[in-house]
Design a protein around this ligand. Structure first.
Ligand SMILES: Nc1ncnc2c1ncn2[C@@H]1O[C@H](COP(=O)(O)OP(=O)(O)OP(=O)(O)O)[C@@H](O)[C@H]1O
Ligand SMILES: [Mg+2]
Length: 294
């Protein structure tokens, strides 16, 4: 008899054991990063800790300059010197790591390659044979909704479509963690919302562990299971919010009262931080103006 059955049978002698907690796939453990030394040093990230469970979608949100990209670079292994630990499946990472697939804000498709060859590129590096390359690339092209565009060049696509090519190219190599830094920042709000639908569908199909870095509140609430709210410089964890909205989700969720409540709640935190950032920037500008005049 298992514990549950024993309990159901009224056998008080057998305690019901809680299900073992799943292990986090990505652990950010007391991570700090300072640039420079002395009075001019900038502490970009300060003692941040949080984790991401397998299959979970977590967003890190914070005002401009709060250290989001610094954290992204550390987790992606592009910033090798930092204090603390970034652990993926229990190994500390310091350097580029095959387990992490990165999607950047900037345009990153290869303009001289068509969609199929862009997406298949990581498989070429892995010496995967041509027909398998084509099949695997095709699967991810369909997943991001670009079937029929395989032979198009990036210049023939919209910005949103090009970002989908980048996402497909990152996913094709099967990263354990998908890491994205403001991937939709250059897109208009409507395209963002629709692309959000696509990301949600992909999430439902692949259960891809994902960490999204963003300053866009609607996007964060639309997509996430949890949101890590960061303070303005130095970037610390201000609060972690569980987004308890039903899945599957579509962009329709943005009109629900529950969605509005989350946005308002997190905006309360963010406004405080963004205001502090703006005041510091204004004070800095005023001081520079005084020095220049003086
Ligand atoms: N390589 C570097 N050398 C010196 N300072 C840096 C470096 N990279 C970032 N910084 C500083 O660290 C702070 C955090 O920068 P970061 O780019 O991580 O912020 P962010 O949250 O990504 O900002 P944004 O929203 O504008 O993209 C900023 O003050 C920035 O000037
Ligand atoms: Mg940034």
């Amino acid at each position: 008899m298992n514990n549950a059955a024993a309990n159901a049978a009224g056998d008080k002698a057998v305690p019901v054991m809680p299900a073992p907690a799943a292990e986090a796939q990505l652990v950010i453990d007391r991570v700090s990063k300072r640039f420079g030394e002395g009075p001019g040093a900038v502490v970009a990230v300060d003692d941040m800790s949080f984790d991401v469970m397998p299959g979970e979608f977590v967003a890190c949100i914070g005002p401009s300059g709060c250290g989001k990209s610094t954290l992204f670079n550390i987790i992606g292994g592009l910033q090798e010197e930092y204090v603390g630990n970034v652990m993926i499946d229990k190994s500390r990472i310091a350097g580029p790591h095959a387990a992490v697939g990165m999607v950047f804000q900037e345009e990153s498709t290869f303009p001289w390659r068509n969609v199929l060859d862009n997406v298949a590129f990581p498989l070429e590096l892995q010496n995967v044979g041509q027909s398998e390359r084509r099949d695997r690339a095709q699967k991810f092209i369909s997943l991001v909704g670009l079937q029929g565009f395989e032979k198009r060049m990036p210049s023939e696509l919209s910005g949103g479509m090009r970002q989908r090519v980048s996402i497909a190219r990152t996913l094709v190599s099967g990263p354990r963690i998908l890491l994205m830094d403001e991937p939709f920042a250059a897109l208009d709000e409507q395209t963002r919302l629709l692309l959000g639908d696509k990301i949600t569908q992909i999430q439902q199909e692949l259960h891809q562990t994902t960490l999204l870095i963003t300053h866009n509140l609607t996007e964060a609430v639309q997509l996430s299971d949890r949101i890590v709210v960061m303070t303005y410089r130095p970037g610390r964890v201000k609060r972690i919010v569980n987004i308890d909205l039903p899945r599957p989700r579509t962009s329709d969720v943005v009109s629900s009262p529950a969605f509005g409540k989350y946005v308002a709640e997190i905006w309360g935190d963010l406004r405080e931080e963004a205001t502090r950032g703006m005041e510091e920037a204004e004070a800095g500008a005023a001081a520079r103006g005084k020095t220049a005049r003086g």
